[in-house]
Design a protein around this ligand. Structure first.
Ligand code: ATP
Ligand code: MG
Length: 428
């Protein structure tokens, strides 16, 4: 019997992992720049959590969850990160410790759907959740964080879609309007949508079945039903997006697959790619009622999740790996001793260093530095040590200069790091 990986679950071999590290590193850096700290929650949660938060009639809960029973508990391998993060937020009473909380996460999610390019049964998401701030400014900053992240990793060809779902009252009025629209044409809908018509007609707008698309095309838009507070929030989001210079399209058909959203919704799609139906890179929105729904206080929240495999498909190739930031070429005993120490100081500052310990001639050491693709080469001979200086050769700019040995590590680190787009700090 030949054993293979489970369908839709992929091995990621070391040669591919380098690109993953690059993407993960860039995300961590970007999220932390915006004040987010990492949270790690279990891969397995009570099934109820997803049923209640994502909604009983959603595709994920109805068809895609890996659920099982063990020791009398009904458990599910997480299909997404938001519900678990909100559960942890409530469980640890984080709201009592800080008014605004920013968390990010990275990790695998599990959904039993039909595998295709960019659609897997184990896939990875990176996401952010912001708890405690109801204002439209946050919505716009969150969307801007996503857009600038995509640009940072070299994806330029995307469109931000935004819509508002309003709050509970608006949703109820919208449900009725949709029911009035769909009920007379029930026979034209897919079986799934016919079944969901009474319970949750919003789902029909998010269906992937072409039969539903035809009937949805002229459905009423929720934007026409927003109440004054929803409308003010919505206009605030658009204004802040304009201030930030984020381009977007208002997409009245955007509803997204989960029940927990309120007010702002957004998705980022790519236009030109071979991802086909998997062209959505990022999905997010506000979920102002989830924390209270989990037994916590009334704390608003907004977040998003990005599909890492889809990002990797779109992310341009990492430039060929560069050599060390600094190559140290010592000459003589005291030069070698100082070089040893300098190498250690440079590594502590985050610079990759190769120290030539062969004790050969300068010419052969310089040849080696070139062959490695080093950015800087430092020459440290006994005479330099005596005068308290080092020689720096910039192998890219082809310049040579002498600087004091005292404080040299800092100067070298600044140059080596600033000059390495391949990034020894993991990001571009
Ligand atoms: P789709 O409409 O493509 O099914 P979704 O609305 O179910 O996406 P979300 O739950 O919003 O997706 O998840 C956010 C992001 O995670 C998606 O935009 C996508 O990039 C990624 N993603 C979702 N499901 C999968 C999957 N099965 N395989 C790979 N990536 C996925
Ligand atoms: Mg889906």
């Amino acid at each position: 019997m030949e054993l293979r990986a489970v369908r839709g679950m992929n091995d990621i071999l070391p040669e591919e992992v380098e690109r993953w590290h690059k993407l993960e590193g860039a995300f961590r850096l970007h999220a932390e720049l915006h004040g987010y700290a990492e949270v790690r929650t279990p891969l397995i949660e009570p099934t109820e959590l997803f049923q209640h938060q994502m909604g009983e009639t959603t595709d994920v809960v109805e068809k895609e969850m890996y659920s099982f029973e063990r020791h009398g508990d009904r458990l599910t391998v997480r299909p997404e990160g938001t519900a678990g993060a909100a559960r942890a937020y409530v469980e640890h009473a984080v709201h009592a410790k800080e008014p605004v909380t920013r968390w990010y996460y990275l990790g695998p999610m599990f959904r039993g759907e039909r595998p295709a390019k960019g659609r897997y049964r184990q896939f990875y998401q990176a996401g952010c959740e912001l708890f405690g701030d109801p204002g439209p400014l946050c919505d716009a900053e969150t969307i801007d964080l996503v857009a600038t992240f995509l640009q940072r990793i070299g994806i330029g060809d995307f469109v931000v879609h935004v819509n508002s779902l309003g709050s509970a009252g608006t949703r109820e009025r919208y449900r009725e309007a949709l029911l009035a629209h769909f009920a007379p044409r029930k026979g034209e809908l897919s079986e799934d949508s016919q079944r969901r018509l009474e319970k949750n007609p919003l789902r029909i707008l998010d269906s992937k079945d072409p039969r539903d698309h035809a009937v949805s095309r002229d459905a009423p838009s929720i934007l026409d039903l927003l109440d004054d507070a929803d409308q003010a929030h919505w206009q605030g989001v658009l204004r802040c997006l304009d201030v930030l210079g984020v381009s977007y399209v208002i997409d009245r058909s955007l509803v997204r697959g989960l029940d927990y959203y309120t007010r702002t919704l957004f998705e980022v799609k790519v236009t030109s790619s071979d991802l086909g139906a998997q062209s959505t890179l990022v999905g997010g929105g506000r979920y102002d009622n989830m924390v209270a729904g989990l037994g916590g206080p009334s704390v608003p929240a907004i977040g998003f999740a990005m599909g890492m495999e889809r990002l990797l498909t779109m992310m341009p190739d990492v430039p060929a790996r560069r050599g060390p930031g600094c190559f140290l070429a010592p000459l003589g005993q005291s030069g070698a001793d100082r070089a040893l120490l300098l190498a250690k100081q440079l590594r502590a500052l985050g610079v990759s260093v190769e120290l030539d310990g062969r004790g050969g001639r300068l010419k052969s050491m310089l040849r080696r530095a070139d062959a490695l693709g080093a950015r800087l080469c430092v020459i440290l001979g006994d005479s330099e040590v005596e005068r308290g200086v080092i020689q720096i050769k910039d192998l890219v700019a082809h310049l040579q200069e002498e600087i004091p040995l005292e404080g040299a590590a800092r100067v070298l680190a600044d140059r080596a790091l600033e000059a390495s787009p391949g990034g020894q700090r993991g990001a571009r």
